[in-house]
Design a protein around this ligand. Structure first.
Ligand code: ADP
Ligand code: MG
Length: 214
């Protein structure tokens, strides 16, 4: 069913370019979110990482999809400070794995890419749903992606419900008490605030829909 939706390297290149621009645009907003329950650096951290990615991207044009995302992930890992650096770094390093030796993948592969990316975040951060982290956006989104494919929804619709689930998941962090990361120290006082990482990861996923060609 999804084999006629082919996603080429240009799609992924475009996505990363747009994410970098979006992070720049939302940098202060993300930092404000982090000011409420963390140390006010989330937007700043991501901006440093994605600026470096933007700068280096032209050098990665000839890589296969795996190599491209490996470079994105390594750059984030090296440049982004704080907890989110290793988490997003691992996400993108694993995300490209199903694109090994390929310059295009199918929509089915895209699911596999998100699956590996989300698993990498879970393995690295050891957070589960309900602990007020980016996992609260990423995990429900991934589960919804799989269910939507089982229901044979058309590819674009699958991505739409995927994004809706991420948004809802991010929103659900407002009422949560942080159990992981810096915000954990606040205990009850972390309640009433949107988790910055859940907000940034939702924004990042949204770009995959915005650029979607099928
Ligand atoms: P730091 O907290 O070190 O300053 P950032 O401000 O860049 O790092 O990122 C904070 C975000 O990282 C949080 O909002 C949360 O979503 C995410 N985060 C922190 N710890 C974890 C974890 N163990 N697992 C998943 N996400 C985490
Ligand atoms: Mg922070």
């Amino acid at each position: 069913m999804y084999t006629d939706c082919i996603l080429g390297k240009d799609y992924f290149y475009n996505v990363i370019e747009k994410i970098a621009a979006l992070i720049e645009e939302k940098r202060d907003y993300l930092t404000e979110l982090d000011a409420a329950i963390g140390d006010a650096d989330h937007g700043f951290n991501l901006s440093i990482g994605f600026r470096e990615v933007s700068k280096k991207m032209p050098e990665w044009k000839d890589k296969d999809i795996k190599g491209f995302f490996r470079s994105v992930g390594m750059t984030l890992l090296g440049k982004v400070g704080g907890a989110s650096g290793p988490l997003y770094g691992s996400f993108f390093m694993k995300f490209g794995e199903p694109g090994s030796g390929k310059t295009e993948v199918t929509f089915q592969d895209l699911f596999e890419m998100f699956k590996q990316g989300v698993q990498a975040v879970e393995q690295r951060g050891k957070a589960t749903v309900g602990e007020k982290t980016m996992v609260d956006a990423l995990k429900p989104a991934l589960i919804t992606f799989e269910k939507a494919m089982e229901q044979n929804l058309e590819a674009k619709k699958v991505l739409e419900v995927f994004i809706d689930a991420a948004r809802q998941g991010a929103k659900s962090t407002i009422d949560m008490i942080a159990k992981k990361g810096r915000a954990m120290r606040l205990g009850e006082r972390s309640k009433g605030h949107l988790d910055p990482g859940a907000a940034s990861s939702t924004m990042i996923l949204e770009v995959f829909l915005e650029c979607f060609p099928c």
